[in-house]
Design a protein. Structure first.
Length: 286
């Protein structure tokens, strides 16, 4: 290939990412003509929403143009999309707990919408296999953080508030969403026709790291179901390395499950009422 031709091929790729520095020094980043958030700082839910809307526009006009996990020019966008640094605002203990909980919920929603873009189950083989699976494993961590924040917020409520039907419904929905996401995460391991071997090997390694943090929050019956599925995957998966990853994950989850069972078996301690302080004026004696 001549140097002239190489330069011609390089520039269309290079201009995919265009950084413009206005007078105030704030960076604006564009991807295929669509403005996207700054990839050099942690993202919040608004940043994810901006990216999702930009990529929806890109995907509607250009095929095979979403940011790639290992792309030379688009890789940094995807890396920011699944960066653990993005969790920092949600884990900031100095910020109001309810705001952090709402932020985690909004980010999880945007991640699910991004997965809708990257997954294409009309195709026999996924065009964005590595990217879609990476978003799934990242979403597991986000779901775990949301569950933790929801539980912490629940503990701050009074007994009457904890019994409020609206609060109870919100907690049930969080549990159901966590159970559904965990089950879906295992489903993808079995889709060996839709995902390539290398992508599934990377995904199983990521899954074995992310799942325990969410597993601890799941109801005992859901844990039992997942354990049975993971045990089956550990012995019968098409790819030996995936089976080994699941085999290594299994005892970790079994230990968590047994600990949950022990705590459930313990008798509930009666609530000790704190005696009220008598602040009335003493009666005078004649």
């Amino acid at each position: 290939m001549s140097s002239t031709l190489a330069r011609r091929l390089f520039w269309p790729l290079a201009i995919l990412l265009l950084v413009w520095l206005p007078p105030l020094g704030a960076a604006e980043l564009f991807y295929l003509g669509q403005r996207i958030p700054d990839i050099h700082k942690p993202w919040r839910s608004g940043d994810y929403r901006q990216l999702r809307e930009a990529l929806e526009q890109v995907d509607s006009t250009q095929a095979n143009a979403l940011p790639r996990r290992s792309g030379e020019f688009t890789g940094p966008i995807y890396e920011r999309m699944v960066s653990p640094e993005n969790f920092r605002p949600q884990l900031n203990i100095y910020a109001p707990l309810e705001l952090r909980q709402n932020e985690a919920r909004e980010v999880l929603f945007e991640l699910k919408e991004l997965m809708r873009l990257y997954f294409d189950f009309r195709a026999k083989q996924q065009p964005y296999a590595a990217e879609a699976l990476g978003l799934m494993s990242y979403s597991l961590r986000q779901q775990a953080i949301l569950f933790t924040l929801t539980t912490e917020f629940w503990m701050t409520l009074s007994q009457s508030e904890q019994s409020n039907p609206v609060r109870l419904q919100g907690l049930r929905e969080t549990k159901a969403a966590a159970a559904m996401l965990s089950g879906s995460a295992l489903d993808y391991l079995e889709l060996t026709q839709a995902f390539g071997r290398d992508e599934l090997l990377l995904y199983s390694a990521e899954l074995s790291q992310q799942l325990p943090e969410l597993f601890v929050h799941l109801p005992a019956d859901v844990q039992t179901q997942l354990l049975a599925r993971i045990e089956k995957l550990s012995t019968s998966h098409r790819y030996q390395q995936v089976g080994q990853d699941m085999a290594a994950l299994l005892p970790v989850l079994q230990m968590i499950h047994e600990d949950v069972q022990r705590k459930l078996a313990q008798p509930v301690k009666p609530e000790v009422k704190t005696p009220t302080l008598d602040l009335s004026a003493p009666t005078s004696t004649q």
